[in-house]
Design a protein. Structure first.
Length: 314
């Protein structure tokens, strides 16, 4: 075979690879567009009968009377996700700092592997663990303690059910720790080593070096990791459905049963009979799709910007 034919074969292979990869990327974009189109089309009846603003602000979700107000499930989604993020974020940052800045390589690899294994556990396993281990522990030990000592606050009032918003937040925190910690590790690793060495050369302790050279330079990246973890928490379904109690209500107490946008879809979609019920569930799904898409996109943009700026400094 001549060298000219070899070059032609190479160029043909390059073109096939290029267009194959482009086709895959376009299929992903088309899939997202198709999902958005399906949800918009399926929710058309609810938008026409109820109106988006009324649907979002009404607090009654009653399929028997065909009254659908999404405010309780939106409230449950936001509060449970915020609670999970409040627990997971400091733990994730601590884990990322330990692996990147403190632990020896052998221990860092082991801890990193164990943390990543948390992401491989199916959500239904988290739900089963929550039902049989976490919920009884919270009902017997944690919630009575919080009620007796902090019961004057609305957040810790009411009976200790075990299931409820608090349990959902704890389960969500465990599920988003791998996401936040792995992204935080990437952000910390992108910081030039010269910044660390410069801080130590000026007489800073290890903690002062971490605070000034690592944490101060990583605020945007940590915020992006937090937002991506929030997007993961917003869309979680099975584990939250199994421990949150599934009652569409707005209550200040974290111990009361609640419901999220994903859990109401999982619980009611298969049993929905009326067209307006199906359309209302599709509208809830459309709202959840838009929120998680925007949250994840913003987080990825922030992480990309901070890593690019840090690489330029190197």
């Amino acid at each position: 075979m001549s060298s000219l034919s070899k070059r032609r074969d190479v160029r043909l292979a390059d073109k096939l690879f290029f267009w194959g990869v482009r086709l895959i990327a376009l299929l992903l974009v088309a899939t997202l567009i198709a999902m958005a189109f399906f949800l918009t089309n399926a929710s058309h009846l609810a938008l026409r009968e109820t109106g988006f603003w009324s649907f979002l602000t009404q607090s009654t979700w009653d399929p028997v009377r065909d009254i659908y107000g999404a405010l309780p499930v939106v409230y449950g989604t936001l509060v449970s996700s915020a609670l999970g993020l409040l627990i997971a974020f400091p733990l994730s940052i601590g884990i990322a700092l330990f692996i990147n800045e403190i632990a020896p390589d052998s221990i860092a690899r082991l801890v990193g592997f164990l943390v990543e294994m948390l992401a491989a556990i199916p959500s239904v396993i988290y739900g089963l663990w929550g039902i049989f281990v976490l919920v009884p522990f919270l009902r017997v030990s944690v919630q009575p303690f919080l009620i007796s000592n902090f019961g004057f606050l609305p957040l810790f009032q009411g009976p200790a059910y075990g299931v409820g918003m608090f349990s959902a937040g704890v389960v969500l925190s465990l599920m988003i720790i791998p996401t936040i910690s792995s992204l935080a590790r990437e952000v910390f690793a992108a910081i030039p080593r010269s910044q660390r060495e410069g801080a130590l050369a000026l007489g800073a302790t290890r903690w002062e070096m971490i605070k000034l050279a690592v944490l101060e330079s990583s605020k945007a990246g940590m915020f992006g990791a937090m937002m991506l973890g929030l997007g993961r928490a917003l869309g979680e379904t099975m584990a939250v459905t199994m421990v949150i109690g599934n009652r569409a209500q707005i209550v200040a107490s974290l111990f009361a049963p609640a419901q999220t946008m994903s859990s109401v879809i999982a619980n009611e979609y298969a049993e929905a009979t009326s067209d307006i019920h199906l359309s209302s569930l599709a509208l809830v799904g459309l709202m959840l799709f838009v929120v998680t898409f925007l949250t994840s996109g913003l987080a990825r943009l922030l992480i990309w910007r901070v890593t690019r700026s840090q690489r330029k400094l190197k």
